[in-house]
Design a binder for this molecule. Structure first.
Ligand SMILES: Cc1cc2nc3c(=O)[nH]c(=O)nc-3n(C[C@H](O)[C@H](O)[C@H](O)COP(=O)(O)O)c2cc1C
Length: 195
């Protein structure tokens, strides 16, 4: 268990792309790893969550240490003076991705992501759409050049998943690797298995 002084602090934003179970799994893993979490849920994320999972937005907020309204531009996390280890947008819609790539901070998610970039903090966008248009790809390139990490939730089939949970745990595990956090609940590639 890390002490409160060294406890990591990560902002988790959920937007209205499909794959809200990834957000649930990410919050559960961060809780298990004793990371302080600050949660923002967009309007369409709340709708998608209700449609795709058994979780209600209120239950998701219960998994986080702090929760902020997407409209609250005065939240502490909207300022560069808020110290943290970075931000994950999971899943990230093409609309929010576009807003962040343009520096268009008209809600707390886009504003906080903008702050991460200007403060040179870790920003990971779990970008979900398929197929991708030239506009999506251009926005992703802009963000990568600005220092963000684009992390599409693409399955790693080499783990030979038996269940959906196996796939989700691998994606969340690799996502949290980007913050030097080890969930220890997925198999890493170890070379070909000896027969
Ligand atoms: C069921 C459902 C699934 C959606 N999936 C995606 C998706 O995978 N990727 C995406 O970019 N938008 C998707 N959308 C559209 C977004 O919800 C929409 O663009 C919304 O304005 C995003 O706003 P937000 O980024 O503030 O949450 C989906 C919408 C619904 C209702």
């Amino acid at each position: 268990m890390t002490s409160p002084a060294t406890r990591k602090r990560i902002i988790v934003a959920i937007t209205g792309a499909t794959g809200s179970i990834l957000a649930v799994k990410t919050l559960l893993a961060l809780r298990r790893l004793n990371v302080e979490t600050h949660l923002i849920i967009s309007k369409w994320a709340a709708e998608t969550l209700k449609h795709e999972t058994d979780y209600l937005p209120a239950q998701l907020k219960g998994l986080a240490d702090f929760s902020h309204s997407v409209h609250d531009m005065a939240a502490p996390i909207a300022s560069g003076s808020f110290r943290c280890d970075g931000m994950i947008i999971v899943p990230c819609s093409m609309k929010t991705l576009a807003a962040v790539s343009m520096g268009f901070g008209d809600d707390l998610i886009a504003r906080t992501a903008d702050v991460m970039l200007k403060e040179r903090r870790r920003l990971v966008l779990v970008a979900r759409e398929t197929p991708l248009s030239e506009i999506h790809l251009r926005n992703m390139l802009e963000l990568t050049r600005a220092g963000a990490v684009i992390f599409p939730p693409v399955p790693a089939w080499y783990i030979k998943p038996a269940t959906l949970d196996d796939l989700l745990d691998q994606s969340v595990g690799r996502l949290l690797d980007l913050f030097d956090l080890d969930t220890q609940d997925f198999s890493r590639w170890n070379g070909w298995e000896k027969k």
